[in-house]
Design a protein. Structure first.
Length: 297
């Protein structure tokens, strides 16, 4: 952990990169609201990141809400530390176009400055980056023999893409679960890559929860809005094997995605913990023992 580089580049001294790829990951039929991009940025100077960290982006221009330059936005890094091509001179980001309603003006569906700036970039465009940022969401040094549960919604899948590749490149011998919640089957990000990893490594269990196409079969046990299929339903369906994982005192749980996802997952964890005869709620135990890592936005 002490060797992780943090904030090497700041707003006063950003690193400039060049976009080499901007690929849409979701079906065109969903329009701009489900427009998720895989963006690869190459640089000449060193940018020593590791999976679990974020890259800082400041969109150009003035924020009309503050009449000041736009502030830093952080995006989880989606590549291994050597980049998608293994050359060690690029970073990949997974970005969804964001839109918001402005309560002050009443304006609806306002494009988010940073996300739309990134999604509109073309190969050859220059980008100023800060960071790398954060070190609380990275893998521990002794990850190889641990059981690890990754849960994600939407672009929260980004850090796990790099983590999983590096884990198996390092001969990971524990068990790892990847639970991924997404609205549509044709919007499952990096689906082919995760399926290929799961086929290659029998200790990776890849499970998707498609909320707008699959129904929750156990609404009386795990209630969800409109009986939709969410990550917590899939986790409860796997409760027996997850019980076995959580009995190990070094098992880790990572949550990454939209803020609020933890509110659905924690009650299910506590149900599992109750069946394990724990004296405290499982979510509380994981927090107290620093085995719960959360990155929500």
């Amino acid at each position: 952990m002490s060797e992780i580089v943090v904030n090497l580049y700041k707003q006063a001294n950003p690193i400039t990169g060049t976009v080499v790829e901007n690929k849409r990951l979701t079906s065109e039929r969903h329009g701009l609201d489900q427009d998720v991009r895989h963006i690869v940025i190459r640089y000449k100077d060193a940018y020593p990141y590791i999976p679990g960290q974020s890259a800082g982006i400041i969109p150009p221009g003035i924020d009309p809400r503050t009449n000041k330059p736009y502030i830093l936005r952080l995006y989880s890094i989606a590549s291994t530390r050597s980049g998608d091509d293994g050359k060690g001179d690029s970073v990949s980001l997974c970005v969804v176009r964001h839109f918001f309603d402005n309560p002050k003006t009443g304006e609806k569906h306002v494009p988010g400055a940073a996300s739309n700036y990134l999604c509109d970039l073309k190969p050859g465009d220059q980008v100023k980056m800060m960071g790398p940022a954060g070190k609380h969401f990275v893998l521990p040094d002794d990850f190889k023999a641990r059981d690890i549960i990754f849960a994600a919604t939407g672009t929260g899948i980004a850090p796990y893409r790099g983590m999983l590749k590096e884990m198996f490149d390092a001969s990971f011998s524990g068990r790892v679960w990847l639970y991924f919640g997404i609205p549509y089957k044709d919007a499952i990000l990096y689906d082919d890559e995760f399926k290929a990893l799961a086929n290659q490594h029998k200790n990776l269990f890849y499970v998707t929860a498609v909320s707008r196409e699959d129904m929750n079969p156990i609404p009386d046990v795990v209630p969800t809005r409109s009986n939709k299929m969410y990550v917590q339903v899939r986790m409860y369906q796997d409760k027996e094997i997850l019980k076995d994982a959580f009995t190990k005192r070094n098992a880790l749980l990572y949550l990454c995605g939209l803020k609020g996802m933890e509110e659905g997952i924690f009650p299910v964890l506590d149900m599992i913990g109750k069946e394990m005869k724990l004296e405290k709620p499982l979510s509380q135990v994981l927090k107290e023992e620093k085995r719960l890592l959360v990155e929500v936005y």
